[in-house]
Each structure stands twice: as C-alpha cells, then as structure tokens.
Ligand binder design. Structure first.
Ligand code: DAT
Ligand code: MG
Length: 149
C-alpha cells in the first residue's frame, strides 16, 4: 500500500493549524500510520532538503524548519502521494488554488505551512529519514468498506 511523508512546518504549528491540516487528510479517507511532534535538528533539515542545497533559499529554509517544532506524519492509501500534493497545493501559496491548504491559509513561499513528498522514491527516502520502522503502525481502519468498493 502506498505511503507518503508530510510535515506540518513551524508556521502551521505556530498558527494553530495542526488540527485543520490533519483533518483534511483524515476526512479524505487516508490512513494515518505515523505521527510525531519534534524540534528538527540542523542535520535532519539539511538531509531532508539536501536536493535544494545549491539554491539561494537553502539557508533560510533550514533556519525556518529548525526554528520551532513541526508535526511529522506518514499517511497510507492508494494514490496518496499525488493526492496529498493536490490537497497541499502549489509551492507558492499566493498562486495555490483556493481549497488547497496553501491556497486557503498561506501568503508567502517561505511560509507555505506543509511539506509533502513529491514521488514514490522521495516518499520512501523521507519516511526512512524521519521514522524508524517500529514508529510506523500498520492497522486496518473499520471505515475501509465504506471508503472502498
Ligand atoms: P514543495 O514544498 O512544493 O515540494 P520545493 O520542493 O520546490 O517545493 O521547495 C521546498 C521548499 O523550499 C518550499 O516548500 C519552499 C521553499 N522554496 C522553494 N522555492 C523557493 C523560492 N523560490 N524562494 C524561497 N523559498 C522557496
Ligand atoms: Mg519538494
């Protein structure tokens, strides 16, 4: 079953949007399999955003993500990686569609509330980077027959 990694960034936590953001994935019908609340170390931040190391915004991105706690999440479901990206919206909240998390709650590309894995390979890498195997919970929601034919 497909899994993706999401993180509610420091701005989402500070603005009291943790419940609202989690609610969107819960009510869509995806299954929560991992959740933790943590202050991100510089090492973890630099690994997580390693692909952006050469970009001009890398320093401020690492500063921001380590500045205040985040909520790390793993969600499971058919097509969850692409669907979560749609629920999150475009990288720049100003141009993100209304109805998406970034479109509804954000203004600025450096304060875009939530991270979501962009492909199966990055999802796998990010889940392994942020969670130990034993921190992920496989379970069968009783709602399944009401969500899937
Ligand atoms: P996304 O988070 O939509 O996957 P990304 O992987 O291209 O976007 O970039 C990672 C984060 O870096 C993004 O959420 C916000 C920040 N970022 C990206 N492009 C930026 C830019 N041009 N200026 C400032 N921050 C930027
Ligand atoms: Mg990305």
């Amino acid at each position: 079953m497909e899994r993706t990694f999401l993180a509610i960034k420091p701005d989402g936590v500070q603005r009291g949007l943790v419940g609202e953001i989690i609610r969107r994935f819960e009510t869509k019908g995806f299954t929560l399999v991992g959740l933790k609340f943590l202050k991100v170390s510089r090492e973890l931040a630099e690994q997580h955003y390693g692909v952006h190391r050469e970009r001009p915004f890398f320093g401020s991105l690492v500063e921001f993500i380590t500045s205040s706690p985040v909520v790390a999440l793993v969600w499971e479901g058919d097509g969850v990686i692409a669907s979560a990206r749609k629920i999150i919206g475009a990288t720049n909240p100003l141009t993100a569609e209304p109805g998406t998390i970034r479109g509804d709650f954000g203004l600025n590309i450096g304060r875009n509330l939530i991270h979501g894995s962009d492909a199966p390979e990055t999802a796998q890498q990010e889940i392994a980077l942020w969670f130990k195997d034993e921190e992920l919970v496989s379970w069968q929601p009783h709602l399944t027959p009401w969500l899937h034919e």
